[in-house]
Design a binder for this molecule. Structure first.
Ligand SMILES: C[S@@+](CC[C@H](N)C(=O)[O-])C[C@H]1O[C@@H](n2cnc3c(N)ncnc32)[C@H](O)[C@@H]1O
Length: 498
């Protein structure tokens, strides 16, 4: 007879017997992965922690996103699961959904994230209403540092890149979009292209084109080891859908007369001219050189850093015909900008400023931008996480739509930037192979006033509006961002606002 008695438990695998039962959270992870909405609801009812992340940082929300289980996603989000938690590789639930091609889950997470950020931003502004309106800590820290120009790099005292030469093609395209001189050529080219198209047989334009997102450039996004094609398809579809939705929302807002832009300034040009162009943030002057190549009538440049200003003067910018340099933070020279407005083209690209400061600038846009003008900005928010980046693109579109402005994102191939590009720079601040170049216009450009009706009048209007904006936030005409501390999430990786 063996030594095992009949009433003793059999134990062929001692280690299995020793394993504790799965915790509520582990059960939640499994149920989310399986898309078992009832079980997920039961576990949430039992107080399972929806914030749970396993040893790899994987959360129930990520698992539900990966499987495209939208009912589970909704239940988890409603119970407080953080949409922006990241696993050990830095991926969030939105990227899990994108990686597995779950477009519905991507949309759900994107909508939720944007709503959450809108509410959070409004709450933060409400809490900070009335507090100091000086520069953010990050901006004043940057402005007090000694800068170094080294070839096609502008570095701060810690070796962080303020601006780099690899951005040249982006800056050239930004300048083309905002300069009336270049826009004229482009419209001509577009008209010719449309004629060619008709001759070929008038095929329907691609969906991306219809929504205003350029489709000529191949969209290629690589984030870590996620499959690029799935990501690219999801992102492109989303950007196009977002642009179309925002355009519709903006048009509706303007039609109802609720868009602030409806009363915005229009300056009728006497045909052709190079127009008035404003650039905020000189850096290496790449965008300003590109603007100059389109012969603006007037080219205003705002620059806050004393070292950059000195560099500009050394380079002869102060003596260039038609160029006006405003030294100081844009917030501080805002009254002068409003007095000179409207501009036919505006570009915004600062450093050491975050989403809130850019938002403050956007509040002023309806008063700064001519009715038929074009605005663009360096689009570098959350430039190391494609889903967070999409959230910001969408957030900006929505916030601008509420001002009667429409945003279209044009995908521009950046390609893979090798290590050699980042040599001598402390941190790499760009991680995608595609740049989504924003083109912002008034939703209703036909609503215009004659030349001379804008400018000082618009300035007074802007001042009144901001004076009365109270806790709704925004920089007053006297200048100053309302936020002392920068929101860590609302920054470009390099600390650039856009
Ligand atoms: C990234 S660089 C601009 C690069 C530029 N687009 C180019 O093509 O070279 C940012 C510039 O904005 C300036 N800047 C930072 N904060 C500013 C502010 N609040 N107002 C105006 N300029 C600011 C910086 O000193 C820097 O020169």
């Amino acid at each position: 007879m063996g030594g095992v008695s009949g009433d003793q438990p059999q134990n062929d695998n001692p280690s299995a017997a020793a394993a504790p039962p799965p915790s509520l959270e582990e059960q939640l992870l499994s149920a989310a992965a399986a898309g078992d909405a009832d079980e997920v609801a039961r576990l949430i009812e039992l107080d399972a922690d929806v914030d749970y992340q396993d040893d790899e940082g994987v959360s129930p929300l990520m698992k539900a996103a990966e499987g495209g289980h939208t009912a589970v996603l909704a239940a988890l989000l409603q119970s407080g699961a953080p949409w922006n938690a990241q696993d050990k590789n830095g991926y969030c639930a939105g990227e899990y959904a994108m990686g597995s091609g779950q477009q519905e889950a991507v949309d759900l997470l994107l909508d939720f994230a944007v709503q959450a950020e809108l509410v959070l931003g409004a709450l933060q502004r409400r809490m900070q209403a009335g507090s100091s309106s000086g520069p953010s800590a990050a901006n004043s820290d940057y402005l007090s540092q000694k800068l170094v120009y080294r070839g096609e790099q502008l570095l701060d005292a810690e070796g962080e890149a303020v601006m780099m030469g690899w951005e040249r093609p982006l800056m050239i395209r930004h300048a083309q979009l905002i300069c009336p001189g270049a826009r004229g050529d482009e419209h001509l080219q577009e008209a010719e292209a449309a004629q060619d198209q008709e001759q070929i047989g008038g095929q329907e334009r691609a969906a991306g084109d219809a929504a205003g997102a350029g489709t000529e450039v191949e969209v290629a996004l690589v984030v870590g080891d996620q499959p690029p094609s799935a990501l690219a398809a999801a992102v492109a579809a989303d950007m196009v859908a977002a642009a179309a939705a925002d355009a519709a929302a903006a048009a509706a807002a303007t039609a109802e007369g609720s868009g602030q832009g409806a009363g915005g300034p229009q300056r009728r040009r006497n045909g052709g001219g190079g127009g008035r162009v404003l650039n905020v943030g000189f850096g290496l002057g790449i965008v300003d050189e590109a603007i100059q190549s389109h012969n603006p009538e007037r080219h205003t440049i705002v620059e806050a850093h004393p070292d950059v200003y000195d560099h500009m003067v050394r380079q002869g910018w102060a003596a260039r015909p038609g160029v006006r340099i405003l030294r100081g933070r844009w917030q501080d020279v805002l009254p002068e900008l409003l007095a000179e407005a409207p501009y036919d083209g505006i570009f915004f690209d600062t450093y050491g400023e975050y989403y809130e400061e850019m938002r403050d600038f956007h509040i002023q846009l309806p008063h700064l931008l001519a009715r038929d003008g074009v605005y663009s900005f360096f689009n570098g928010l959350a430039s190391d996480n494609i889903f967070f980046h999409m959230v910001y693109c969408r957030l900006i579109s929505l916030e601008l739509a509420s001002k009667g402005l429409t945003v279209e994102y044009e995908p521009l191939a950046v390609g893979a930037l090798g290590d050699e590009v980042w040599q001598g720079v402390r941190s790499k601040y760009w991680h995608f192979e595609t740049y989504f170049l924003p083109r912002v216009t008034h939703s209703d450009p036909l609503d215009c006033v004659e030349e001379g009706e804008e400018g000082a009048g618009a300035a007074a209007e802007a001042g009144e509006e901001e004076a009365g904006s109270g806790s709704a936030g925004g920089a007053g005409a006297g200048g100053g961002a309302e936020k002392e501390e920068a929101d860590e999430e609302g920054k470009g990786e390099d600390g650039r606002a856009g």
